[in-house]
Design a protein around this ligand. Structure first.
Ligand code: FAD
Length: 484
C-alpha cells in the first residue's frame, strides 16, 4: 500500500535524524540496499555507477533502446564517417567531472576552437565578417561606440558578476543573485542601458534563449564561466561518454522500460514500467529519479509529491531547441577565412550556424543551424523534418546565396518534440530561481533527484554528472542511516 504524505514525511525525518546520530557515533556498516534509478541519461548513469561502486544493488530503467538521452551523436545518413551532435557538443575546460569521466573511460579528447580569427555576423540587417579586436560596423553610440561583443559584455555583464555568487556554493542564490531574479537576461541588459543593437549582438552570440532565461541563474552561469578558457569534445562523438558508462553497468540497465508510476510505502519504493511484454514492477529501498521534469509530469506519483516538488515539476520550463544539420561537399566558408565552431552569429531565424566539422577529418563539412525559443517553435510549425531542413536552408541564403549548391544531406531534430526530453534543458523563468533551485534538487521521501535541471549547471553534461553523484551520495547516506 502506498504511504500517505504525512507518513512519508515522518519516515524522511526519521532517516535524517538517524543519519546525524550515526555520523556522530562514527558508525559504519557495509552498504546494503537496492536502488532503482529512473533514466539512463548521464545523470542516471553517474548515480548508478557511483552506487554500484559503493556496493549497492542497482537497476536502471530506461524508456529508449539506448542510453545517453540528450547526449546524442548522429552518424547516419552522413558520408565519410562524419557526424552531427544533436545535443551536447562542447566541454569547457573547467567542467572537471565531464573531463574526468571521459579520461576514466579512455575516450580521446580533441580541442575545439570555439572562435576562429574571423566570425560572420548578420545583425540588424548588416552582414559583416568580424576580426577579433575590431569595432562592429553597427550604429553603436555613447559607451557602446567602437565596442565588439566582448566590449559590450564587459560594459553590461561583467560588473554584475561580483555579487551574484557561485551557484555551486551552499545556500545559493543569495541576496546578490536574488536581486536579478525578477527579469530575463535580455531585460537585465535593457535595464542596464544596452541599446537594441547591443542586445541583438548578445542574442546573436548566445542564442535567443536569453529572452526567456531568468537573469539570476543566467548570471550565476556566467560567473562560473569566468573560469572557461579552452573547450574540448570527445573525438568521434560525445555519445561515447554515456555509452561507456552504460557498458560498465551492463545488464543493470534495462532498456525499453517506460516508467509510468512511482509509489512510496513503508517498505520502500515501487516503480512501475511499461515494456513490450507488459507492465513490470521494480521494488527498491530508494529511487534516484533522473528524468527531466517535462517527462516526470506524465508519471503518476503515490503519494503525490510534496507541494514544493510538485510545483517545481509542474512549472519548470523546457527550452524549445532545434538543430538542423547540413553536410556539405566542401567547407566553402573557408573562402571568407571563417573558422572555429561558433563561426556564424545572427539575429536571423537560423540564429547561430556552427561548423561541427572543425574537429572532424575529411573534405566535407557539417554545418548546424542551432535555434532556440520562438525561432525553434516557428521552425517546428513549418512541418516535417524534410520541410524544416528545406526551410532552414532557404533562410540561410541570407548568409550565403549559393549555400544550397553545397549541401548533400540535411537532417533536423527538435528537442521539444522529443518524447523523452520535452525540450533542450530546464530553465528558470523570471522569479523562479529563488525557490526552484532548492525545490528541484531536494529529496522527496525515499526518492532522490538528479538531472541537469537539479544542478548548478543547467544545460550541461557537467550538471547531469554532478547531480547524479550528489543524488548517489544522498542515497548512500540515507541507507547507512537506516541501517545504523
Ligand atoms: C541542443 C543541446 C545542446 C547541448 N549542448 C551541450 C554542450 O555543448 N555541452 C554540454 O556539456 N552539455 C550540453 N547539453 C546538455 C546535456 O546534453 C544535458 O545537460 C545532459 O545530457 C542531461 O542529462 P540528464 O541525465 O539530466 O537528462 P537526459 O539526458 O535527458 O536523460 C534522461 C533519460 O531519461 C529517459 N526517460 C525520460 N522519460 C522516461 C520515462 N518515462 N521512462 C523511462 N525513461 C525515461 C530518457 O530517455 C533519457 O535517457 C546540450 C543539450 C542539448 C539538448
Amino acid at each position: 500500500m502506498a504511504l500517505s504524505r504525512r507518513g512519508l514525511l515522518r519516515l524522511g525525518a526519521l532517516a535524517a535524524g538517524t543519519s546525524a546520530c550515526a555520523r556522530l557515533r562514527g558508525q559504519r556498516k557495509s552498504p546494503q540496499g537496492r536502488v532503482v534509478v529512473l533514466g539512463a541519461g548521464l545523470s542516471g548513469l553517474a548515480a548508478a555507477d557511483a552506487l554500484v561502486r559503493a556496493g549497492y544493488e542497482v537497476v536502471v530503467l530506461e524508456a529508449q533502446a539506448q542510453a545517453g538521452g540528450r547526449v546524442r551523436t548522429l552518424r547516419a545518413p552522413f558520408y565519410d564517417g562524419q557526424y552531427a551532435e544533436l545535443g551536447a557538443t562542447r566541454i569547457p575546460d573547467y567542467h572537471d567531472l565531464t573531463l574526468r569521466f571521459a579520461r576514466e573511460l579512455g575516450l580521446p579528447l580533441v580541442e575545439l576552437s570555439v572562435t576562429g580569427p574571423r566570425v560572420l555576423y548578420h545583425v540588424r540587417g548588416h552582414r559583416f565578417v568580424h576580426e577579433e579586436g575590431q569595432p562592429f560596423p553597427l550604429p553603436l553610440t555613447g559607451r557602446e561606440a567602437g565596442a565588439d561583443g566582448s566590449g559590450l559584455w564587459k560594459t553590461y555583464v561583467e560588473p554584475t558578476l561580483a555579487d551574484v555568487g557561485d551557484p555551486r556554493a551552499p545556500g545559493w542564490p543569495g541576496p546578490g543573485a536574488r536581486r536579478h531574479d525578477g527579469q530575463t537576461f535580455a531585460q537585465l541588459l535593457r535595464a542596464r542601458g544596452a541599446s537594441e543593437d547591443a542586445i541583438a549582438v548578445f542574442l546573436a552570440e548566445n542564442g535567443t534563449e536569453a529572452t526567456a532565461f531568468g537573469a539570476a541563474i543566467w548570471l550565476g552561469c556566467e560567473r562560473m564561466d569566468l573560469a572557461w578558457k579552452r573547450t574540448y569534445a570527445i573525438a568521434g562523438g560525445n555519445d561515447q561518454l554515456p555509452r561507456g558508462l552504460a557498458r560498465r553497468l551492463g545488464a543493470r540497465v534495462r532498456y525499453g522500460h517506460e516508467i509510468v508510476r512511482i509509489e512510496q510505502h513503508l517498505g520502500g519504493v515501487t516503480v512501475v514500467a511499461r515494456t513490450g511484454q507488459g507492465a513490470v514492477r521494480v521494488e527498491a529501498d530508494r529511487a534516484v529519479c533522473a528524468l527531466p521534469f517535462s517527462t516526470l509530469r506524465r508519471i503518476d506519483a503515490a503519494p503525490m509529491w510534496s507541494p514544493d516538488k510538485a510545483r517545481a515539476i509542474r512549472e519548470l520550463a523546457y527550452m524549445p531547441v532545434c538543430r538542423t544539420n547540413f553536410q556539405t561537399r566542401t567547407r566553402f566558408w573557408k573562402r571568407e577565412g571563417l573558422g572555429g565552431l561558433a563561426m556564424v552569429r545572427t539575429d536571423l531565424p537560423v540564429e547561430r550556424v556552427w561548423d561541427l566539422s572543425c574537429v572532424q577529418p575529411g573534405q566535407r563539412g557539417m554545418l548546424v543551424s542551432y535555434v532556440h525559443h520562438d525561432h525553434a517553435r516557428a521552425l517546428c510549425d513549418v512541418g516535417s523534418e524534410a520541410t524544416r531542413a528545406t526551410h532552414s536552408l532557404e533562410q540561410m541564403r541570407a548568409l550565403w546565396p549559393d549555400v544550397a549548391d553545397h549541401v548533400e544531406v540535411a537532417t533536423s531534430h527538435a528537442w521539444q518534440e522529443d518524447r523523452w526530453a520535452g525540450g533542450g534543458w530546464g530553465y528558470h523563468q523570471p522569479g523562479q530561481t529563488g525557490w526552484m533551485f532548492e525545490a528541484a534538487m531536494s529529496a522527496d521521501g525515499l526518492v532522490h533527484f538528479a538531472g541537469e535541471h537539479t544542478s548548478a549547471f543547467p544545460g550541461w553534461m557537467q550538471g547531469a554528472l554532478a547531480s547524479g553523484l550528489r543524488a548517489a551520495e544522498e542515497v548512500a547516506r540515507s541507507l547507512r542511516a537506516q541501517a545504523a
